[in-house]
Ligand binder design. Structure first.
Ligand SMILES: Cc1ncc(COP(=O)(O)O)c(C=O)c1O
Length: 415
């Protein structure tokens, strides 16, 4: 890999401090026109000795603003050092994880998965309006009922309709026939253009959509569409657990992808990633952002450069092989859990390449779920509860839950 290489702590430190030295220094230089500065020195350490060994905390203190999109050529020159780290991060994610062409994608570090999904839908809505003279009521978001609620939020904010495809209760898979009927139904309501959001691991189930089903149905219906992949949960997991992944830029139908480093990567909150093939992001250009060097192509506006630095640091610390190993460990633990559930005849859903295990609610009580922090699909009427195998979810912590579930299922058999 050209950009993603395992680095030592010292190399990471050198790179980040080198980048900070290329940014402007508010205290040393005579910068008078920016409504920004270092973090407030009365509250936040500026000269503490430990900061010399803490590149992320130092970046927070220097407080670079990464406003705008840095893969397009021109951006605020004040923060060019840390912007370069963000550019490299975008390349690692778009080219080396998601198999995009060299220099073939734009992107930025968004506030999270919600914003990145909304950014995609915003771009495609404007694309259909600009290229097809579409009106909002001719555009429809199409996604599965297991999709994250950010799609419904986007429909509301961008004033377009949304149609949800059903998924099978046990396999969580899309149904070809049902999707075709749904498209026909939407066409009969005047929808002509579709913004498809396919899931690379859903929030509740870790299920992965068969993207070909959408593509074939929309092509058969002769409907123009754009395809976004929501990999907010799975983007740093599934490409490493499934080598045949079709939800990346190697698939010509995929135009954009959301990733979220504040989930599986354990980066600070505020580290979503929005990635899109070249020649699309301009549909989200706000020309009125004339005081911003390079203008703005993002939903968010000002954003912390420390977020990009944090994600870059984590990925470089592991390197690609270390990252794959981390994923394998989580998968092994998930395998252990499902073996226990099967022995106890407890029904669950799990995609074989995922670290989410979702158990039917009839196999546990609300009290047990609460005690172990299991998250329901619906707080008012839970039908499923999920276990997410994160770094801290080790077998020693899982064992008491498994024992309680086994005891409960034995009791119910005895009744
Ligand atoms: C699949 C999926 N998409 C989008 C999101 C939204 O991410 P965020 O909470 O970072 O906005 C989530 C969050 O759980 C998710 O699981």
């Amino acid at each position: 890999m050209k950009y993603w290489k395992k680095l030592s702590q010292e190399e990471i430190k050198d790179r980040v401090f080198g980048a900070l030295s290329e940014n402007i220094n508010f205290n040393e230089s005579n910068i008078l026109g920016i409504p920004g500065s270092n973090l407030d020195e009365k509250v936040f350490y500026q000269d503490a000795p430990f900061l010399k060994d803490a590149p992320f905390l130092s970046t927070l203190v220097y407080n670079p603003n990464h406003i705008g999109c840095h893969t397009l050529g021109t951006s605020e020159h004040f923060f060019k050092g840390t912007q370069q780290i963000e550019q490299e991060l975008i390349k690692i994610c778009a080219e080396e994880i998601l198999k995009g062409k060299p220099n073939g994608q734009d992107g930025y570090v968004a506030s999270g998965g919600t914003e990145a999904n909304m950014q995609a839908i915003w771009i495609y809505r404007n694309y259909f309006r600009a290229e097809y003279k579409a009106t909002n009521d001719q555009i429809c978001i199409l996604c599965s009922e297991d999709s994250h609620y950010s799609m419904a939020k986007a429909a509301n904010v961008f004033n377009v309709d949304i149609a949800f495809a059903k998924t099978d209760e046990n396999t969580r898979q899309l149904d070809v026939q049902q999707i075709s009927e749904l498209i026909d139904e939407q066409k009969s309501k005047g929808k002509k253009y579709f913004i498809v959001v396919a899931n690379m691991m859903t929030t509740m189930f870790g299920s992965v959509d068969n993207v070909d089903i959408y593509v074939e149905a929309l092509q058969a219906a002769d409907c123009p569409f754009k395809l976004h992949v929501d990999g907010a949960y799975g983007g740093f997991f599934y490409p490493f657990s499934n080598s045949g992944c079709k939800l990346d830029f190697s698939n010509p139908h995929v135009t954009s992808v959301t990733l979220d480093a504040h989930k599986m990567v354990q980066a600070p909150y505020g580290t979503g990633l929005f990635l899109i093939r070249k020649d699309y992001i301009h549909y989200a250009n706000t020309k009125e952002a004339s005081y911003v060097e390079g203008e703005d192509f993002t939903l968010i506006g000002s954003r912390s450069g420390a977020n990009a630095v944090a994600v870059w640091m984590i990925l470089m610390k592991y390197g690609p092989y270390g990252w794959k190993e981390k994923i394998l460990i989580l998968l092994n633990r998930a395998n252990w859990v499902i073996k226990q559930l099967e022995e106890a005849n407890i029904e669950y859903y799990r995609n074989a390449d995922s670290n989410i295990i979702t158990i039917k609610s009839k196999y546990l009580t609300a009290e047990i779920a609460d005690r172990y922090g299991l998250v329901p699909d619906n707080h008012h009427k839970p039908r499923w509860y999920k276990i997410v195998i994160m770094e801290h979810v080790i077998i020693e912590k899982l064992l008491p839950l498994i024992n309680e579930l086994k005891a409960l299922s034995e009791d119910s058999l005895a009744v």
